[in-house]
Every structure is written in structure tokens, then in C-alpha cells.
Design a protein around this ligand. Structure first.
Ligand code: PEP
Ligand code: MN
Length: 263
């Protein structure tokens, strides 16, 4: 066994694949965050995601509201009872997110590709009682993904999971990031007790690919889904093309066929 793990213990809806994490790519305004969260909670979602510090490919775009948005996440928790999740990329992000009681931290694909950044994050998380999900590195390097998980585990993080968000490629004919399913499948073979969640939003990059990617993930036995959902996707400040309304997400989830013979 390469990691010492405990169950994630994240809430799930009986009718759905265990563990659905949903919410906007970015926290934009207090109103957008609370409206989206309330709509998702009304559909039975239990874990709300929103990016507060946004890694953007080029400078000059919206880079997240930063600490200003953390009280909005606290409000989400108080008003809906949902757990909250956000991306952390630096020790300062970790400190602020933990201060505001964020329940689930995720490490983005650009950060998990960087061992120095991963080690700094792991050091800052020493002794923290928090669930951490690690997205695959942008490049298709399974060992780097496992190494990122190991660094956190060596800092005492035991409620660990992986997120498959696809791999960067120059070829963007269909997918924004190539699924290369063989890589998360091999991760599961290597570390069977590690939960793996699929992120169809960043794999597909398009609304019409969310449903088939969710179904593929279920067919392959993934442990959950993290899907970008926004109360007004066309107006989203980041990743507008891939976000769906809470209504549409609920419809997509309702159509999923989940078989129990997963191994
Ligand atoms: C995100 O989840 O919004 C995000 C920036 O993800 P990734 O690290 O997968 O690009
Ligand atoms: Mn996004």
C-alpha cells in the first residue's frame, strides 16, 4: 500500500452516485454564490464547490475574489447546511481556507504538477483535520500524481482522494483535456482504497459533454463527481462554456445509470 488512508466520509444522496460536489468554477459575488448554492441544495447536493483563487492561463483575466469570498462560503454552510470546497495552491490559501472552516480542499492540476508547490502545501497542512482532493497534474504523469498524494499523506492527511480532470493536450478537437481513462484506472489498480472522483467539466470543456462523461465515469466505477454549476452559466466570469444550471445538473444526474458491481 502506497498511502495510509481513512474514508473520506463525505455525504452522499442515496439516489445518486456517492459524493456529488457541485458549484461554480469561481465565486464571483455573494449573490451568485448563495443563489447557486441554494438551488443546488434544493436539488439534494451536499457539497458546494467554488474557486476563490483562480489559476488563469494568461494574466489580465479574473483571478478570483480571494479572501473576500470566504465569508460567502461560510454563509453557504450556515444557510444550506452544505459542506464547502475550494482550491488551494499556496500555504496562505490553506491558512485562510481553514480559518473560514472550508471542509474540503482541492489541489489544482497546475499545482499537483509542481513538487515544490506540493511540498509547501503539504507542510502547511501538517496536523490539519481536513479532507484533501488532488487533481491529476496537467501532464499525463501518474507518478507525479501519486507523489503529490504521498507528500500530503506524509504530512498526516489521511482523508485523501483524487480528482481526474483530464490531461492537457494541443489536440482540442473534442475534449478540453484528454480523459486518458487508462491513467486513473491504473491509479485505482495501484491504490485501490483511494477514492477517485471524476471532473467532467474540465475534461469536456463543453456543456454537451457533461452527461456522457458522467456516465462514462460511473461505468468505470468512479467514486463520485465534481461538476461545475452556475445559476447563470452564460454570464460566468470563468469557464462559462462548461457550466450548467443546477436544474440541468439535476436532470443529468437523474438520467445516470449506476450499477453496483463496481470493483
Ligand atoms: C477548477 O476546478 O476550476 C480548476 C481551475 O481546475 P483545474 O485545476 O482542473 O484546471
Ligand atoms: Mn473551472
Amino acid at each position: 500500500m502506497e498511502l495510509e488512508l481513512q474514508p473520506l466520509n463525505l455525504p452522499s444522496d442515496n439516489e445518486r452516485p456517492s459524493c456529488i460536489i457541485a458549484g461554480p468554477c469561481s465565486a464571483e459575488t455573494e449573490e451568485q454564490v448563495l443563489t447557486t448554492a441554494k438551488e443546488l441544495a434544493a436539488k439534494g447536493c451536499h457539497i458546494f464547490r467554488a474557486g476563490i483563487w483562480k489559476p488563469r492561463t494568461k494574466p489580465g483575466g479574473f483571478e478570483g475574489k480571494g479572501e473576500e469570498a470566504l465569508p460567502w462560503m461560510k454563509e453557504v454552510k450556515e444557510q444550506t447546511g452544505m459542506l464547502t470546497a475550494t482550491e488551494v495552491a499556496t500555504p496562505e490559501h490553506v491558512e485562510q481556507a481553514l480559518k473560514y472552516g472550508i471542509d474540503v480542499l482541492w489541489v489544482g492540476a497546475r499545482t499537483s504538477a509542481n513538487p515544490f508547490a506540493m511540498q509547501a502545501l503539504a507542510d502547511s497542512l501538517k496536523g490539519a483535520d481536513v479532507t484533501v482532493l488532488v487533481k491529476n497534474p496537467v501532464n499525463p504523469d501518474l507518478e507525479l500524481w501519486i507523489g503529490a498524494l504521498q507528500r500530503l499523506n506524509q504530512s498526516g492527511i489521511k482523508r485523501l482522494g483524487a480528482i481526474h480532470r483530464g490531461f492537457s493536450s494541443y489536440d482540442k478537437k473534442i475534449y478540453r483535456n484528454l480523459p486518458m481513462w487508462q491513467i486513473p484506472i491504473e491509479l485505482h489498480r495501484r491504490i485501490p482504497e483511494l477514492p477517485i472522483i471524476c471532473d467532467p467539466s474540465h475534461i469536456g470543456g463543453r456543456r454537451d459533454l457533461i452527461a456522457p462523461l458522467c456516465q462514462q465515469a460511473m461505468d468505470l466505477g468512479f467514486d463520485g463527481l465534481i461538476v461545475e454549476s452556475h445559476c447563470n452559466p452564460d454570464e460566468a466570469w470563468s469557464d462559462a462554456k462548461q457550466q450548467v444550471t443546477p436544474d440541468i445538473l439535476d436532470y443529468i444526474l437523474s438520467l445516470l445509470v449506476v450499477r453496483d458491481e463496481h470493483t
